[in-house]
Design a protein around this ligand. Structure first.
Ligand code: PSV
Ligand code: MN
Length: 388
């Protein structure tokens, strides 16, 4: 069995990007619950995100969503991030909250609306130049609700055409990452419903176009780790949007609903060379904390990813390869399960302490008084929400 000290150095390679929108109010279509101390602007979101990194050392960058995080000066926002010990990361576009996009954005039949959606991505690329961001992440709400509503193939062709225009605009060190989702908000078909469609579209663009895998965007029962393996094998896994779900796109804390699935995913990430300094996969969270406190919700999330990564690294790869070669089904499965059942929490607490981090980041945050301070200070103004 691999011992913890052997894998410990690799843990320092872990970087998990936080979504700015996780710190705003969120909810369902039934109710958005507000919480005291919620940020009123992107600067306050960054300050909150910085708390997660301060206590865990795991989350050095924050992803922005445009236009939710539009500011007058991105240089000032980047400076604010730097002053707080973090940086700005992926830029997420948004073509799902404008009346013009009711029937589609980059797939729309109307040239004007299609161009408007393309121009929005150009504006996001301008932001990327200012923030120094590497990735432009595109998730499209485009799709239809009723059979016959539109020509599926025509929409796919327009999608390809629009993406080509956007791709042409990104800089040589930047990447376009296309996220897929099997349903919602459209219910009959989505224009980018699955990894295959995303892969087909990005492969036609060029080498700096990749797929984003959001763990909540598959039909129940989908073998997500197989998709991870395949995209790494094809060299097209650009990023993860981590979260967990019981039913649909629940956006719950990663590793909460199905810890074993997170383990299986991370085993394939490690196996496929996607982890750490050797890989160029962006590990992002895409979650909402509707009823729990947001900052500790994010701390819990990055710790869940770290714990499961440690277990994935602990898999005895040589023994596993041996058992597989022998066709020893039970031994191979047993080797994997041994790593999954290892309780790495005490070793991780020690590892943190050895790096000057709190042994228990959840407790350290609670004792820091930051939550009470923002609740007292952030009075007045409009709290940020999903969509504001
Ligand atoms: C869509 O459900 C999604 O996963 C996309 O990543 C969006 O950008 C994000 O949620 C917004 O929270
Ligand atoms: Mn997502």
């Amino acid at each position: 069995m691999t011992d913890f000290d052997t894998i410990a150095p690799r843990l320092a390679e872990q970087r998990i990007e936080l979504p700015s929108w996780a710190f705003g109010n969120s909810g369902t279509r039934f109710k958005v619950f507000s919480q005291p101390g919620v940020p009123r602007d992107p600067f306050e979101k960054i300050s909150d995100a910085a708390q997660v990194h301060r206590h865990t050392g795991l989350a050095p960058t924050v992803a922005l969503h445009i236009p939710w995080d539009r500011v007058d000066s991105y240089a000032d926002l980047a400076k604010h991030a730097e002053d707080n010990g973090v940086g700005l990361g992926t830029i997420n576009s948004n073509t799902f909250q404008d009346d013009d996009y009711k029937l589609g954005s980059v797939t729309h039949r109307d040239d004007r609306i299609r161009q408007k959606a393309i121009d929005h991505h150009f504006a996001c690329i301008d932001v990327m130049h200012e923030t120094g961001s590497r990735d432009l992440k595109i998730w499209l709400a485009d799709g239809t609700n009723y059979p016959g509503q539109d020509d599926l193939r025509g929409r796919q062709d327009r999608l390809a055409d629009s993406l080509a225009k956007i791709y042409e605009r990104i800089g040589p060190a930047q990447r376009l990452v296309l996220e897929y989702k099997f349903f919602e908000p459209a219910f009959y078909h989505m224009d980018v419903p699955d990894w295959g469609t995303s892969y087909a579209q990005v492969a036609a663009l060029g080498e700096r176009a990749m797929v984003c895998l959001d763990t909540g965007h598959h039909a129940p029962g989908t073998n997500i780790e197989f998709i991870v393996m395949q995209l790494l094998r094809l060299g097209r896994l650009g990023s993860f949007d981590f979260n967990s779900r019981f039913y649909a796109d629940d956006d719950l804390i990663v590793g909460a609903a199905d810890p074993f699935q997170l383990f299986r995913i991370l085993v394939e990430v490690v196996r496929g060379g996607g982890y750490g300094d050797d890989g160029d996969v962006a590990f992002m969270l895409d979650q909402c904390h509707n009823i729990e406190d947001k900052i500790p919700g994010q701390i819990r999330s990055v710790l869940n990813v770290q714990e499961m990564t440690a277990r994935a690294l602990l898999v005895d790869a040589d023994a596993l390869a041996g058992a597989q070669a022998e066709g020893d089904v039970l031994a191979a499965n047993g080797i994997l399960m041994d790593a999954f059942y290892r309780d790495v929490r005490p070793a991780l607490a020690e590892w943190r302490a050895s790096r000057g981090l709190p042994e228990d980041p959840m407790r350290a945050y609670a004792e820091s008084g930051y939550g009470a301070r923002i609740a007292a200070d952030r009075v007045g103004g409009a709290q940020a929400g999903w969509g504001a």
